[in-house]
Write a protein that binds this ligand. Sequence first.
Ligand SMILES: N[C@@H](CCC(=O)N[C@@H](CS)C(=O)NCC(=O)O)C(=O)O
Length: 219
Amino acid sequence: MSLQLYAHPFSSYCQKVLVALYENGTPFTYRVLGPDDAKAGEELAALWPLKRFPVLVDGKETILESTVIIEHLSLAHPGRNGLLPTDAKAALPVRMMDRFFDNYVMTPMQRIVFDHIREPKDRDPYGVAEARAMLDAAYQWLDGRLASREWACGRDFGMADCAAAPSLFYADWVHEIDVAFPNTRAYRARLLARPSFARAVDEARPFRSWFPPGAPDRD
Ligand SMILES: N[C@@H](CCC(=O)N[C@@H](CS)C(=O)NCC(=O)O)C(=O)O
């Protein structure tokens, strides 16, 4: 049975998984969530009542969480890019950097984005200021790490880069990476030039008007 991915092209966590799939040309059925396919939304709610996406269905297995989906793909559907080293110890830095991008780039980025959806009376300026400070600290730490690395963990593009691509892409839209962090800025540009992520970005272009703070006229 083919893989089925419940996802939306404009969603950052879905792009993370799409990059992994596109890196390896892994065939899958794309169940695009949205008003054009109510059935896909109903199926998602039945599979995962928390209704967060992406969700991957592989035969009888339902796999939740973008990181676990990529780990599943690398074990069950390995392609030319393994995405994670097979050696357990060597895989740890990849998992560490995946957590870094989800927790300290994606999470504060989403906090800023979601603040824009709230009624003005419910906005949280303190939380947004905290998120901006977190992003600056993350950009700075990453800048040092990338001084000697092409990708998040060195020469091989892997799972951590799948997480980095959409998180830095959108984070830069809400809190631009300062010119004081040239390695982080150059890494984001390399990610955008990577064909797997360039494809995900192109597929999401029609939805840019949905971006709550307003998408900038670039990228
Ligand atoms: N930790 C989850 C996060 C998934 C997530 O937050 N997805 C967002 C889209 S980027 C979502 O489902 N949003 C729907 C909502 O908040 O109702 C993962 O890694 O897959």
